[in-house]
Ligand binder design. Sequence first.
Ligand code: TYD
Ligand code: MG
Length: 455
Amino acid sequence: MARDRSTYRCQECGLAAAKPGTCPDCARTGTYVQLVEEWVAPARGPARAGVSASRPQPIGDIRVDGGGQRVSSGMAELDRVLGGGVVTGSLVLIGGDPGIGKSTLLLQVSRLLAERAGPVLYVSGEESAGQVKLRADRLGPSPAGLYFVAETDLQVVEAHVGAIQPRILVVDSIQTVYLRGLESAPGSVSQVRECGARLMALAKGRGIATFLVGHVTKEGAIAGPRVLEHLVDTVLYFEGEQHHAYRVLRGVKNRFGSTNEIGVFEMGERGLTEVRNPSGFFLAERPKDAAGSVVVASLEGTRPLLVEIQALVTPAGFGTPRRTVLGADYNRVCLLLAVLEKRVGFPLQSQDAFVNVAGGARVAEPAADLGLVLAAASSYLDRPLRSDLVVVGEVGLAGEVRAVTGLEARLKEAAALGFTGAVVPQSCLTGRGGHPLDVQGVGSVDEAVKVLLGP
Ligand code: TYD
Ligand code: MG
């Protein structure tokens, strides 16, 4: 019989110790984190060694009943990120900055699912019933099957689930709910971990698709232990710029589909609307024939996305030249500017450089490299590129333009949006024809600059 005893646990890294003090693991990195006392919850259920209800069986004989069934949420952008709809009994974690629209998204999804799939229970530990009602009213009349409760005690939530028998459960947020048996505060490592495990058992046991909202720390990870990300089936991040209307839902982990898929939404007066044509959305305000503006075709998951990169290169005053980057990786841009300086011979050391991805979009792919380089070169020379041209290609330190994946999909998207020409890596062209656009292959940055911007 195990004795109930307290342990001390670090709220940062989850290290357990028998004595109070500061966490020795975190102290090594210079941060002194108090160990917080917590009680080990008594083991639940029969756990005598050798006696178990589980039974191994040949994998071919396993019958799938209920699990793995999908319902469409009625939002194509969300369905795609989930891998084709909401899976019965799955546990989905949605992380994101405060105010980005997680609660709005889930309330909208709840409304749609209440109409299509059966009762939905929305549990909020953050907002009162009145606040949620106000938001729901902004979105339109609510369907009958949508239930709301402001509650943070997980055992009470479980009782409500037993009474309402929902098909879908939303917990907003995992950091506000708590289990009575545990001493530590809601949002602590042990609470988040235990509550996550309880909700997982509930989701799997009753076949309830469960959505959890998770807060994001300053560093951008979901607050609480990483174990939560390991535990759940799917992890999605809801991202965007506070001052831009567009939001991206990005899959980071998915046991029921591929990751790297994105869904694009626009936040408006009446909640989020799906953006079916994100490329058109991002290119809507593009200036024609402006130096420093280049359109790149990036690939998000299976989905091509055209975005406009803008660069402004101007003579620097004195001292270290400034580099400011919005929407792309700062270090990558510095590297590409260095390539431009060394391999093409532009004296960028005496130039300030500002790079911005228009519309608040982000490019993370190396395939946008050539576009970034050409935008900077075009601004430096003050010569615009042809405005009906898209640019694709990774750039190496030797100034070579490297192959990219998914060229066909990128070019198709560009053709659909009315572009007539493309600049692509030379190595992508060997032995293939029939491109939807007038395609030009380039082998190096130097060649690309000479061909497109003149000698
Ligand atoms: P919210 O869903 O509360 O964010 P989170 O749960 O991620 O913290 O969204 C809050 C923001 O969304 C808030 O700044 C107001 C804005 N918003 C709109 O612009 N239009 C709307 O219809 C709604 C409901 C919210
Ligand atoms: Mg919220």
